[in-house]
Design a protein around this ligand. Structure first.
Ligand code: MN
Length: 440
């Protein structure tokens, strides 16, 4: 299968919208994107409901449903979009997701017959607030960047950086969904037990090595029954879409607690996602080949497929920026800390889904996977401060003269993502940002 088999008229780069802001260069939300969020008017008593981004506007899908301009599959899909969260729509599967995408693409295109009806359903993004797009029942964090795994492993275990299972198993741990919040939700620096390498006993207090992790969040659409694994060939049909994900991490708490069962309180105090889910269908043009180094173990059969080799990876640019309190007070713009690309991941989304369910584990609509920190092959592509500051030993210089080894109170971390290639429209993910507040 090639990309072209996955493409349809909704991906046509020549398509333009009558919503003029959607046609501006470098707009994250052109008509080829159409990501989903849960929103309401800022400060209003309205219920949250599903919306789709177009330019600087949100298309209110509950309002569109109420207009009754559709019947059949599109109206059935819109009915599910009236709920406060997207789980019911996500559970419908790709036939319905695609039917709605085609209808929305059509209604938002220049010259659309339904322009007046659609226009009555638009609300400026500046006037809305967002909620989590769905109820995230279970959250699993993977560890799919071999560059991150090797570099972090060398800091925690200098003599044994990459454990022997890494190249065989898409490593992950079951995380905690209750502390995942939407972009803009600031949080207090966590407290906990830490132990300096030279100390004989741990001490208790605010985390001193607070870090971010640049990740991608993967949302499961229709799930599987307990006992019925999802094969790698069907895996992508179960993926509703992708968002940006910051898996904040308390490195000093992590270093003391992580053996033998993995991260616990070092991760569960806060995680931040971007409000918009970019759908699997919107991402079709940016799928790329996945390769495994000849010298490395090749995947076991349940993690191997022709389609995964041909198109399993995603050419998705990821960026992390910082805005310190001092920068904010002097109106300086946020500065980039690093950039990487999800295509450098050692394992693909399809392999994560196939592996997660191979023992019969059931996934449910709205479950989320973290990809693990996406660090690229070069040191400047590191997706965490632990790597950029070499475990705190090499301070990162900021343009205003400040330095950072780990995050300080008042620091705002901003993550962005976009897909871009010749012959396709550029689509963006918006942003995931939050500010670290002082511990109590
Ligand atoms: Mn993580």
């Amino acid at each position: 299968m090639s990309n072209t088999n996955l493409l349809n008229e909704t991906h046509d780069p020549a398509l333009a919208s009558w919503v003029e802001s959607a046609n501006l260069e470098n707009c994250d939300f052109p008509i080829q994107n159409l990501p989903f969020a849960s929103f309401k008017r800022k400060g209003s008593e309205e219920d949250f409901r599903a919306g789709v981004a177009i330019g600087d506007q949100v298309l209110d899908l509950k309002a569109l449903f109420a207009l009754n301009v559709y019947d059949g599959d599109v109206q059935m899909a819109l009915a599910k979009c009236c709920h406060t969260q997207l789980n019911a729509f996500m559970s419908m599967g790709k036939h319905f997701w695609s039917a709605l995408r085609h209808a929305l693409s059509n209604g938002l295109s220049k010259g659309a017959e339904l322009q007046a009806e659609f226009a009555s359903c638009l609300i400026a993004q500046a006037d809305v607030e967002y909620a989590l797009p769905c109820q995230i029942g279970d959250y699993t964090d993977f560890y799919t960047s071999i560059h991150h795994a090797t570099s972090v492993g060398s800091k925690f275990r200098p003599d044994n950086p990459l454990l022997p299972n890494y190249k065989w198993v898409p490593i992950g741990y079951h995380g905690r969904s209750s502390s995942i919040e939407i972009s803009g939700s600031n949080f207090k620096r966590p407290k906990g037990q830490t132990k300096a390498p030279t100390a004989t006993e741990p001490s208790f207090g605010p985390c001193k090595r607070l870090d971010y992790e640049l990740e991608v969040g993967v949302f499961i659409g229709n799930g599987n029954d307990l006992g019925n694994p999802i094969s790698i060939d069907n895996a992508e049909d179960h993926v509703f879409g992708i968002c940006l994900f910051n898996d904040w991490s308390a490195r000093d708490i992590q270093g003391w607690e992580y053996q033998p069962l993995g991260p616990f309180l070092s991760k569960s105090f806060a995680s931040t996602i971007s409000p918009w889910i970019v759908t699997s269908e919107a991402l079709a043009p940016y799928r790329v080949q996945w390769t495994r180094d000849e010298a490395d173990p090749q995947p076991l059969p349940y993690l191997e497929s022709k389609h995964n080799r041909a198109l399993g990876s995603l050419d998705l640019n990821l960026q992390v920026l910082i805005e310190t309190e001092a920068m904010r007070n002097s109106s300086q713009p946020a500065v980039q800390l690093s950039q990487s690309n999800f295509k450098d991941s050692y394992w693909t989304v399809a392999q994560m889904v196939a592996h997660h369910t191979v023992n019969g584990c059931n996934l449910r609509p709205g479950d989320m996977f973290g990809s693990g920190t996406q660090s690229g092959p070069n040191p400047e592509e590191a997706g965490s401060m632990l790597e950029l500051s070499n475990a705190g030993s090499e301070p990162i210089a900021l343009p205003n003269g400040e330095t950072r080894t780990f995050l300080e109170d008042g620091d705002c971390v901003i993550m962005k993502g976009w897909c871009k290639k010749a012959g396709a429209a550029r689509i963006g993910f918006g942003e995931a940002s939050a500010t670290v507040l002082a511990a109590d």
